[in-house]
Design a protein around this ligand. Structure first.
Ligand SMILES: CC(C)(COP(=O)(O)OP(=O)(O)OC[C@H]1O[C@@H](n2cnc3c(N)ncnc32)[C@H](O)[C@@H]1OP(=O)(O)O)[C@@H](O)C(=O)NCCC(=O)NCCS
Length: 333
């Protein structure tokens, strides 16, 4: 007879304990970028809401940004670093395809030998990773998880490209997630549509670059395709996330969408029927679009500027290259 295998299970609920953040060292105004793309400060402000974006120094990479954000989240959480047993990093800008950012960051912040892996889900990566951390803790596979979104997108932009380059910034945001007595993370609505894989992503492969066929690969997008998809499909996803959490728009203290474009954020808020009292994250104005880092960076800033939101409900939604999306309601730490 086969021996029965031991099983484990975890706590019934999880919650976010704390946030950490690290932004690129330099504020880059629109005027610094408009020359090579025949654009203007006015056009970028009107079409995107961006006034300046943060970009990192040449010697700062996505690992450095992630480690700094993670260290702050650990310190604020009160959880000893050596008790963090899971590190999930969402990124599309690891300087190397392997090893992972997460294993290096786990070691740097004192969480070695935590389980560590990276998630490639672009601008939905942080919300994907929160979904995974919540599920893995409830399953008993980990107790305290660090979830980090980190990007150094300035290394993969083409300054002459007017489709996306001017949108992008560098930074990292982190959340420490652990057991809770009451529900702190609601079920996610997540998914993908690979039939639209060409709408946003890298414009060529590394082997094409190696063979001298193309210049350094950079990010490109069909702006209008992504814009329409975001406004029509993602508003539905956000509404579904409210339904799954069992809450109404009026219950939401903060709305923290991926910081892709201020017009998309405004359109979401209108379609969702959020009340005036809901605080809407608008970190894009001075940070730009930092892909996987954008939701935790915006969350960190909201908590610093509006501490009274602590304990309130936030609706977060990420969406981007894949195409992929994920949304859920969380209790703010
Ligand atoms: C990229 C984006 C800002 C472009 O804005 P838009 O309003 O869709 O702009 P359009 O492509 O319709 O172009 C409108 C006009 O501006 C011009 N234009 C396009 N890019 C420009 C730029 N960077 N600077 C100045 N003018 C520009 C176009 O040539 C066009 O001119 P025309 O009317 O004379 O033909 C917008 O589509 C967007 O934010 N898309 C979604 C981004 C996103 O969510 N990405 C997710 C992945 S991170």
């Amino acid at each position: 007879m086969t021996a029965a295998l031991n099983q484990v299970s975890g706590p019934a609920y999880t919650r976010i304990y704390s946030y950490g953040a690290a932004r690129g060292e330099n504020a880059v105004p629109n005027d610094d970028l408009v020359g090579p793309i025949d654009s203007s400060d006015e056009w970028i402000r009107q079409r995107t809401g961006i006034v300046t974006r943060v970009r990192a120094d040449k010697d700062t990479d996505a690992i450095d940004l992630a480690a700094a954000a993670a260290a702050e989240a650990i310190e604020k959480s009160g959880v000893p670093a050596d008790q963090v047993d899971l590190v999930i990093v969402a990124t599309i800008s690891n300087p190397k395809q392997t090893p992972s950012v997460s294993a290096i960051v786990a070691d740097r912040v004192g969480a070695n030998p935590a389980a560590a892996y990276d998630v490639n889900a672009a601008c939905a990566g942080y919300a994907y990773a929160v979904t995974q951390a919540d599920a893995l803790i409830k399953a008993g596979a980990a107790r305290y998880a660090l979830v980090i979104g980190t990007e150094k997108l300035s290394d993969i932009v083409d300054p002459t490209d007017r489709s996306i380059s001017f949108l992008l910034g560098d930074g990292a945001g982190a959340a420490l997630i652990g057991p809770s007595d009451v529900p702190g993370i609601a079920p996610a609505v997540w998914g993908s549509d690979g039939s639209k894989a060409d709408a946003v992503g890298m414009n060529s492969t590394l082997t094409e670059f190696r063979d001298g066929e193309v210049p350094w690969p950079t990010l490109r997008q069909e702006g209008q395709t992504v814009f329409r998809w975001a406004v029509w499909e993602m508003a539905k996803v956000a509404r579904e996330a409210l339904d799954k959490a069992g809450v109404e728009p009026a219950d939401i203290a903060a709305f923290i969408p991926h910081q892709a474009n201020m017009r998309i954020i405004d359109e979401f808020a209108k379609q969702l029927g959020l009340p005036e009292s809901t605080v809407i994250a608008r970190d894009i104005e001075t940070t730009g679009n930092t892909s996987a880092a954008s939701i935790p960076l915006a969350s960190h800033r909201l908590m610093a500027e509006r501490p009274e939101l602590s304990g309130g409900l936030a609706l977060q939604i990420g969406f981007g290259a894949g195409l992929v999306f994920a949304a859920q309601v969380v209790v703010l730490p």
